[in-house]
Every structure is written in structure tokens, then in C-alpha cells.
Write a protein that binds this ligand. Structure first.
Ligand code: SF4
Length: 204
């Protein structure tokens, strides 16, 4: 069965609960998609059982065929300048096992989730992520990267089949995806320059 997640809430605990649930469903996430009917970008999952509301909602197959899958062009701007990357305690353990070393974190906090569970969430970096390789523009822990890196990334570019789409501002500020017909290298440069400008502005 196909599910979409709820959209992000103004409640930090709600968002962390959703992320914590998603972190245990990593293998079921089929991607992050723009759904035209809802005019929003959300992760989609393929899951055989029932997933709990208000975190997950079933959707029809046709929504997937209309959807645009968000695509990382590996411009590097997010991971390089304002990653804000954080991990739940179980994710940190997984990363530490993968790299064979401790992860230095900026700070941690204990959170009581809406499921009643308690967990610890640690900020790894607010700026450049220590796992980002500037030369290759690759994530060194791609296989075990935290759930936040799986489901929350650039929404500027998407793909549907062989077509590439770029986000523009639509009516009432809603996102609108229009087809990009020029080359990808130019698009990557534009996305990187836009993201770096955004990062510079938000650091003031
Ligand atoms: S863990 Fe990987 S994807 Fe996440 S911010 Fe760091 S380099 Fe980027």
C-alpha cells in the first residue's frame, strides 16, 4: 500500500516523532515527491500493513504517476554550508559502527516522542557536515546517513521519467514545477549559486 507522510508541523515534537518513525521504515521509503493534488513535497512509502495517522496517510496509485520525484543534483551547497544535520541515538550508533569511530556532536537533547518513547537527538553540525567530501561532492556515510538527510533535502529540482522540472513560485506562493529543457550542468550551477546565496543571507 502507498502512503504519504504528513506535511511538516509547527510542533517540533510532532516532526521528530514522524522522523523517528520514518527512521525505522527507511527501506520502505520510495522517494520524496511533489504531489500536484496537495501542492506539497512529502516522502512516499510502500508498506504492506497499516501505518498510524496523523503521521501517515494512504494515497492512490494514480497520485504516484502524477508525482514529480525530488532529485539531488549534487551541487553540494546544503551539505557544505548549512547542513543542520542531526541524528537519533540509534542512527548515531549505526554511523559509528560504519565509520569505526565516535562521531563528534555539537549538542544532544532528550526528547519524549508522541509515541510515548524517549530518545536522544544529537546535532552533528549546523554548518558544513563532517561527512561531506568537498572534492568529490559525495556523502561519506551515504548508506547510513540519518533520516533527515533521506527525506529533507533540496526541493528545487525534480524528475518524472526522463523529464527534469524546476521549482518556481506559483499562484499564492504555492510551488509550481516547470520543465527544464536546457542542460543539467547549467542547472546544477544555478541551483548551487542560489543555495549558496540563500545560505549567506540566512547566516546574518
Ligand atoms: S550526512 Fe551526508 S547527506 Fe547528510 S548532511 Fe552530511 S554529507 Fe550531507
Amino acid at each position: 500500500m502507498l502512503y504519504r507522510t504528513s506535511t511538516a508541523s509547527t510542533s517540533k515534537v510532532f516532526n521528530l516523532t514522524l522522523l523517528s518513525l520514518l527512521s525505522r521504515l527507511k527501506d520502505r521509503i520510495i522517494g520524496v515527491f511533489y504531489l500536484p493534488r496537495l501542492r506539497t513535497v512529502v516522502p512516499l512509502l510502500d508498506y504492506p500493513g497499516r501505518l498510524p495517522r496523523p503521521f501517515f496517510y494512504p494515497i492512490e496509485e494514480f497520485e504516484l504517476s502524477n508525482a514529480i520525484e525530488m532529485t539531488c543534483l549534487k551541487c553540494g551547497a546544503c551539505c557544505e554550508t548549512r547542513s543542520g544535520v542531526f541524528a537519533f541515538e540509534n542512527e548515531l550508533l549505526e554511523i559509528e559502527q560504519y565509520i569505526g569511530n565516535r562521531v563528534n556532536v555539537e549538542h544532544c537533547e532528550n526528547i519524549r516522542l508522541l509515541t510515548g518513547e524517549s530518545t536522544r537527538v544529537c546535532t552533528i553540525a549546523s554548518g558544513k557536515c563532517p561527512f561531506y567530501d568537498v572534492d568529490t561532492r559525495q556523502c561519506a556515510i551515504h548508506r547510513v546517513k540519518p533520516i533527515i538527510c533521506r527525506v529533507f533535502f533540496c526541493t528545487l529540482v525534480g524528475k518524472k521519467g526522463s523529464r527534469v522540472y524546476v521549482k518556481v513560485r506559483g499562484p499564492q506562493g504555492a510551488p509550481l514545477y516547470v520543465e527544464w529543457t536546457s542542460d543539467i550542468a547549467t542547472l546544477r550551477k544555478k541551483v548551487r549559486s542560489f543555495s549558496l546565496r540563500l545560505a549567506a543571507r540566512s547566516s546574518f
